[in-house]
Structures are given as C-alpha cells and as structure tokens.
Design a protein around this ligand. Structure first.
Ligand SMILES: [Zn+2]
Length: 307
C-alpha cells in the first residue's frame, strides 16, 4: 500500500527535530546542533534565491520567510510520513482515517517538543493548508470531500486546535486570530489530551532502551541536475539524516528502512510499506515556493509575507 499525498493536500513530515527531544537524554545537545545546521541551511537557501532573477524583486525579509515556509512545511511532511511508517511497521491499529492519525502524530510530536522552532513548523504547516485552499478556490477546484485526507482548512484547523488544546494560554492569540470559537477551544483540550495519550500508549512498547541495537536507516539522495541546488541545501541542512538518526535512536523498528530524496514527477512524499521507503520528492519544495509566492499576500497582515 502506498501513501501518496495528493499534491493538493500535501502532508507533512517528521520533525526530526521534534521527535528528537522526547525522552531522549542526549536530545538537548543534538537538537541544538541540528537546529543550527538547519538555520545555516536557511541562510544558504536565501543566498541561492538571491541569485534567481525571478525573485530579484523580493526583499531579504520576504526571501527568508519564503525559505522558512518551505523548510517548515517539509519538516511537517516528513513527520507525517514518519507517522505512517510507525503505524505500518509496528502494526498499529488505527481508529479512524490513517491520514488524520499521521497528521496528529506530527502535531503531537511537535507540541511535546514545545520549542519556538517546533511551534514555527506547526504554524508554517497550517499556513500551507490555508494557502492551498486559497489556490484551489482561485483555480475553481472543487472540494474533494471523498479524499483520503481531510480538507485543507480542516487540516489547518486541526493543527490550530491541538496547539490551543495543548496550551490555551500560550496560544490564545492564535485562537483569536483564527476565530476558533470558545466552546471549540474547550473540546480541543480534550482532543489533544486523548490523541497525545493514544500515541504514547501505542508507542511505549516500541521505544528503544539504551542497550538495544539500533536498526539501520539509510539516507539516499538521487542525483538530479535539475535539482542540484536543492540537493545541496538539503544535504547541508541534514534534515533527512536527522530524521533517520532520531528514528533509529528512539524506536525498535522491526525492519531496516530507507529515506530517499528524489524527483518523482509530482510534488509529493510517501511512506511505502512494500519497499520500506520514505520518499521525499524534490518537486515538493517548488510546490511550496509557488504556493507562498502566489497566495501569501492574501493572509491576514500579521501572517503575510514581507514585500
Ligand atoms: Zn499521509
């Protein structure tokens, strides 16, 4: 079974960084190093954009926001796919839609991390779905009620709901900005609690003890001239390596697997149970860039890109 995500409703990913922290004694140091690597990758990506004639008119601040949007959404996508990988490899029961469960894994993991960085990833992911819904509306694309994923705005609100549910005080401005009704804010707390507890219950027997061996998780970048710059930036950031290291460190996986970055012909990511491969398509970054450039001006002022 494959888990292609419709490019119209992209997914998410693994918060590498995220996961890293939970109950991992070495997490703090690891996190710092990985975050600084990601931040330096963001600088590198902004420099690369500077060289693109198409983006010459963008301000330095707007370029940075664009890169942060792409990186945040890519991280969420990876975390979402890691959720699929866990569900499938650990043979977990799924009550409800697996796509919802994969989203909730990404969100709950990020919220437990509770850092400025992980919060940012969640906000960028929510923003991504808001922009996708604006694009669909403009292009006259009908809502796909039958889709295996929730509708874009539902996925965005799901992120907001869990954030507000996890910490109503911290995210009260977000609740107000997104017009999340007060009565829903209360039930979001229940939703968050039940979901976070469920993931903990499901995963606790798969956590790796310090004396247990780590499974091999291979990271591969398929060379592709068209995406040379993107490959360089991705390698520099070490996102995939961080996900692999975290996953191997944290869980006892029954089988080794691979994380592969390659061109797929469509902007997507997927966990494939047959080949035990988590694929991140190079096209996805372009998709997020176009979404941001085309529609971020329609966001409320405080969430809008700088000019
Ligand atoms: Zn999925």
């Amino acid at each position: 079974m494959t888990y292609w995500i419709s490019y119209r409703r992209h997914l998410t990913g693994a918060m590498i960084v995220t996961a890293l922290t939970i109950n991992v004694p070495t997490a703090t140091a690891q996190l710092t190093q990985q975050q600084s690597q990601i931040l330096s990758g963001i600088d590198k990506a902004v420099e690369a954009i500077d060289k693109s004639p198409r983006m010459k008119t963008m301000s330095p601040q707007a370029k940075r926001q664009l890169v942060e949007f792409v990186v945040g959404n890519t991280l969420f996508v990876m975390a979402h796919e890691m959720g699929h990988a866990l569900i499938n490899q650990m043979d977990m029961p799924v009550l409800g839609r697996e796509e919802d469960a994969a989203d909730s894994f990404a969100v709950v993991t990020a919220l437990k991390m509770s850092s400025g960085f992980s919060t940012r990833v969640l906000l960028e992911a929510a923003k991504g779905w808001v922009l996708a819904s604006k694009r669909d509306k403009k292009q006259g694309n009908a809502l796909a009620f039958y889709d295996e994923h929730g509708l874009d705005l539902q996925r965005a609100y799901n992120v907001v709901c869990f954030m507000v549910g996890a910490d109503p005080e911290k995210y009260k401005t977000l609740a107000a900005d997104t017009k999340l009704p007060e009565e829903r804010q209360k039930t979001c707390a229940w939703d968050y609690k039940a979901t976070a507890w469920s993931w903990d219950e499901m995963l606790k027997k798969h956590l790796r003890a310090a004396d247990q061996p780590k499974v091999a998780i291979k990271v591969e970048y398929q060379e592709d001239e068209k995406y040379a710059m993107q490959i360089e930036i991705l390698r520099h950031m070490g996102l995939l390596e961080a996900f692999a290291a975290h996953a191997a460190d944290r869980y006892v996986w029954p089988r080794p697997f691979s994380i592969v970055a390659r061109s797929c012909g469509v902007p997507n990511a997927r966990w494939q149970n047959g080949t035990l491969t988590l694929t991140l398509c190079y096209e996805l970054a372009n998709y997020f860039m176009e979404l941001f450039q085309g529609y971020s001006s329609q966001l409320p002022r405080k969430y809008r890109a700088a000019r």
